[in-house]
Structure formats: structure tokens, C-alpha cells
Design a protein around this ligand. Structure first.
Ligand code: ZN
Length: 159
């Protein structure tokens, strides 16, 4: 389904859904389209205003071409993006992540890169490990196809 903004000969604008652009053209050609307000059958697509959707999760903003004014509208077809997590929620998430890793993975500390490579090469038994690595070590591991997941370190507490 595709939604078009339509306008009649008397400049009434309204929205209508069609199965496709071809479906719209077909209904228009057969004179099946009529204005929802005045019944005028000289209906065509209205020029669309550019729509800018902000990434902050607030309502989309449309810019009215004719006046240049900006108004907030709630577009029914575009659900708002979820709000960014609060620092506290983020902190709790990272804490939980650390707890899971510390409970299930073996801590190899600074030897992480060496151990990861040894496991990858079959020199050591395969197991899940965590530890510290330098940026260069992580890059080298990635280049050799050894999967590494960077874990965010704990943000400082405000409390
Ligand atoms: Zn009309």
C-alpha cells in the first residue's frame, strides 16, 4: 500500500491509500477519484512537502514550503523512535553485561590477545574468555578473523 497526498481542482487536500502507483494512475484514468470534501473528480497528486525526521525521538517536523514555517506533526505512519536511554539506565545495562561476562567467561587479564589467538589456533582448549587488550591487539585479532567483542567499561558513578 502506498499513501498519496491528493488535491482536487478546488485545492482541497486529502490523503488516500492505493495498492501501488499504477493503482492510483488506473483509478485516476477511470475517473474513480473524487475529492473527499467537494466531490470534484479532477484529482491529482499534491506536491509533497519535504519531511525531515529528527533522530532524537521527538515528533517528526515538516517544513511548509509556502510559508517556511516549521510545525510539529505526529505522522501516523511513522512511529517515534525510542528515546535514548538515560545515563542511569545505560549504567545499569553495562553493569548487567559485566556481571554476565564475569560469571560465565574466564578472566585472562592482560593475556587476552595471546589467549584468544591460542584458542583460535587450537593450541588451547576452546572457551570463552575476557580480559584487557590494547587497540592494536584488537585490530590484529580482527584482521586474523578472531572474533572480539569490545565491552564498554563502567562509566563513573554520579552517586
Ligand atoms: Zn475538493
Amino acid at each position: 500500500m502506498i499513501r498519496f497526498q491528493l488535491r482536487c481542482g478546488n485545492r482541497h487536500e486529502f490523503e488516500a491509500w492505493f495498492p501501488s502507483n499504477a493503482g492510483f494512475e488506473d483509478q485516476k484514468a477511470r475517473g474513480l477519484l473524487s475529492c473527499a470534501v467537494c466531490g470534484d473528480t479532477s484529482v491529482d497528486k499534491a506536491p509533497m512537502a519535504p519531511r525531515i525526521v529528527r533522530s532524537t525521538g521527538s515528533a517528526p517536523v515538516t517544513i511548509d514550503n509556502t510559508t517556511g514555517s516549521v510545525e510539529k506533526t505526529r505522522a501516523p505512519t511513522a512511529p517515534a523512535a525510542p528515546a535514548a536511554p538515560s545515563p542511569e539506565a545505560l549504567r545499569r545495562g553495562i553493569e548487567a553485561l559485566h556481571r554476565v561476562i564475569e560469571a560465565r567467561f574466564e578472566n585472562v587479564g592482560r593475556d587476552f590477545a595471546t589467549e584468544a589467538r591460542a584458542i583460535h589456533d587450537g593450541v588451547k582448549d576452546p572457551r570463552e574468555i575476557y580480559g584487557q587488550a590494547t587497540l592494536d591487539e584488537v585490530k590484529d585479532l580482527a584482521e586474523d578473523g578472531i572474533p572480539v567483542l569490545p565491552i564498554p567499561s563502567m562509566p563513573p558513578s554520579d552517586a
